[in-house]
Structures are given as C-alpha cells and as structure tokens.
Design a protein around this ligand. Sequence first.
Ligand code: GLC
Length: 460
Amino acid sequence: MSADSLFQSVEKDFLLTREQLKPIVDGFNSECKIGLKTPSKGLATMIPSFVTKMPQGNETGTFLSLDLGGTNLRIAAVELKGNGKTAVHELKRRPTVELKTGEGSVFFDWIADATHELITSEAKHLFTEDQVSGKETLALGVCWSFPVDQTAVDRGTILRMGKGFTLKNVEGHDLADMFHEAFARKNLNVKVTAILNDTVGTLVAHAYTNPACRIGLIFATGINAAYPEKLPLITKLDESIRSKYPENTEMLINTEIDIFGSEAYLPLTKYDLALDASHNQPKFQLYEKMLSGAYMGELVRLIAMDFIKAGALFEGHVPEGFGKPWSFPTMYMSTLESDETPDRKESREALSAFNFVNAPTLNDIAILTRICRIVAARSASLAAVSIISLVEQQKLLENDRDDIVVGINGSTYHFYPYMDRRVRRALDEWYGKEISSKITLENATEGGSVGGALIAMLCK
Ligand code: GLC
C-alpha cells in the first residue's frame, strides 16, 4: 500500500472533529457528576482534596514540600516571599527501576534519606537550629502524582500507582503512615501536614500568582486536572464532613480525569488497543494512554510499523531495535517535529538509536514526522477535552466571565513542539474564537513544590 493511502486511513482515525469530540465531552461531564456522588472506594475519580482555602498571594514563610511524579522526586524548601513570589531550594533525585518496583519501605527510606540531606545541607540556612537538629517538627506538604483515596487533608490511602511504579506492600496503606514510619526509622522529625495531587498543587501554586485560576491541568507523562467545586455538590462526602464548612465553601477536586472514559465512547483506534494490550496495566487509564507523553511515542511506533510492513517506510525493513515495544520515546517525536536543519540532521541523530539497513531517506523522515504530527494533534484535542469539560462543570461561561484562567504544567505541554498552540487551536475550534478567547491558558510551572508548600502552610 502507498504512504498516501495509509495516511488517509490513519488521518481519518486520528482526526477528532467537533462532532467526534462531543461524545467525549458529554461522557466526561456525566462522569464528573457521577464521580461527585459516588463514594471514593478503590480506584476513584473526583477525589475531594479537603483543601478549601486558596492562597491570596501575600503569604510568607519557608515550608517543606515533596513532589513525586513518574520520573523525578523533588524535595524542596520553598520560601514564600509574598507578592506571588517564591524561591525554591530543591533536591532532585531519579528513582531507579529497582526502587520503583521493589519493596515499599525501601522506597520510602530512600525518600527519607533525601529529605535528611536537604534539611541538613542544601537548605540548612533556611531553617532554625532546632528544626535542623530535629528538636522542632517540620511540616511537609506531599505532592503525590498518583491516585490516592484521600480521607483528610493529611491522610490518604495509596491506590494503584501507574507510571512504572509497582511498589510492594503499599497499596491500601495510608500514605502519611508510610512516610512517618520511614522518617522514624531515619530519626527525622518531619510531619506530613498535607497530601495533595500534583494537579491540586498546580492549581494552588498558580492561584498564588493569579487568584483567578479555576483549573489546574497537568499535561506531562500523564494527564489530570483539578478545580474548585461547590461543597453542596460533593455529595460523596459524608454530611457530617460537609456540615463542618460554611455552605458557600468550595473544595478543590482532583478529578483523576486520566481514568475517565471507556471503550463505549472513546474513539479508540487499533493502535490504541494494541498499545493498551501490550501495557502492564491494560484497560487502565484508556484516555490518558491516547494522549499523554508516556504513550505518544509508542503510538507513533505502532503506526510506523504498519507503514514499514506495507513497504511505504524504510524500504519495508524494520530497523533493528524499532520492532521492540516502547523503543520509540516521545522525546524523538519532539526532535522530529522541531528539526529544521537542512538534511534533518537532528532527526537522523535521534534515529541513530536504531540500526538501519540503509540510512533513512529525507522522505522516510518526512513520513515519520507526519505520523508524529497526527498523533500530537490528537493529543492536543483530547487534552482540550479536559479543559472543556471542567469549564462546563463549573458553568464558567454561563455567568459571562471573561477571565477563565487555566494554569497548565507538564513537560508534554511545555516542551513538545507547538503543543500549547495546538491545545489553543482545539479550544478555538470547539468554542469559536470569540468565546474561546475568554479562556486564558497560563504556564503554571511552579506546580508541585510550591503547591505542596502552600498547602502545608494553609493547612498547618
Ligand atoms: C496520572 C496520575 C494522576 C496525576 C497525573 C498527572 O494520571 O494518575 O494522579 O495527577 O498523572 O501527573
């Protein structure tokens, strides 16, 4: 088959017009409503964060925060300087595969060691002598970028983690307990005062710089979003909890929108199904698998394999290494899409990770790049669905607001070429330019660390 006819069918499958996005937006809207009333047991969505205060931007002080995502652990001492300004002194560590897949207590000990290092060296000057020596307790905000069944602002049951983490003996345990046990083993006087999802952290951190922020979105290895919900609508929370707050309170909700969607209405292509089948957690996070940074490269590889088999790419030869699932990281897509060098030198360098029978031609690279564009454009449209459904859930357009601010953090959004513009375009197509212009997408790069410190402070 020719490349042209293959492109026709792949483009048809991946293009999401307004009509095709509609069932997803509708499905997400109804999942929001169902999630708000279904008590969170096990893998849940619409998780109440118990955070009911937002920062004003004038708060000051130094607070500890810890941010664990799919790739990095960041432990930070965050100085809140007032006027929306912060200084972050952080220590960054990358867990090895052994740590990510080993015994839970070993992993938490590793975190405790890093925390000790931060307090006693890197950030020592920011703390009092009693805090450094452990005489005085330090408050820690933990930003946990994995599903948690939150039971209080500082407590939450660890659920299935994802992102390559398969720790033993952690699922079902309280996250704060796991930390406190490790801190005790390492003689550290640190207390977890807040547990938050990275989206809640992003929303709070961005609200520190712009209090108009109504959605915190992460578009990185995974995708997820948080927003403030009216307390009376969060009926999954027991009346005894709800009645503790004034009626007009809003509580931040970690939507876990990554888990939204089902085969019933997600436009899954054969490539999405193949990717899911080869994943170590099949049928989990189907929506996220269609669009986020952890998966885009593999989708491109699977499509490219069809082109190769049809003789339309690399002269029909599978380059050595390329046949292996997950061998084509999303980072290579970034290189291909941003490469403007005359002979596509940068792309060739990325592709040199594979062994070719004959060096790829310019046409091969153009084909592969076009596949990247198709996958990335769909990612942007699907990411826009998260924004659209939370704008609708909050009815933000109904009361004629024209300052709907979305704070966005995440490597895929920030570093993937043109991703920000593509998400913007998807919103423009959905709403029309005029209405879409009421929604401002802002960079919220301070995310987890600052958010963790702010919530540790707000909940002290
Ligand atoms: C994954 C996690 C979620 C997190 C998101 C963004 O979807 O399940 O908790 O917020 O990635 O990092």
